[in-house]
Design a protein around this ligand. Sequence first.
Ligand code: ZN
Length: 94
Amino acid sequence: MDAAGFAAYAREQIRAADVILARHRGRVGVCSCGRLLPCSAAASVAGRRRHFVDRLGQVEASTVLGSARVGGPLEGEIVPTSRGQPCRYGAIAT
Ligand SMILES: [Zn+2]
């Protein structure tokens, strides 16, 4: 999966987590899903959401240079990849 694909996937996961978390609004002592607080279901979804927020931040930080310009990278220019390893654009035959 490339950086753009992962970013779209991560955003989708975060959105899905938000939908689930909306059903787990804690009231005093009891979650709105019926579990006692702290709600284990909400905690696991919140942890997953946090994971994707972190990963999305890393992906966006590594791709901001490439995506902020019009026209894409120039031939022979070093661009960041999804693995964080620089590579020469155009060096890989497609
Ligand atoms: Zn809950």
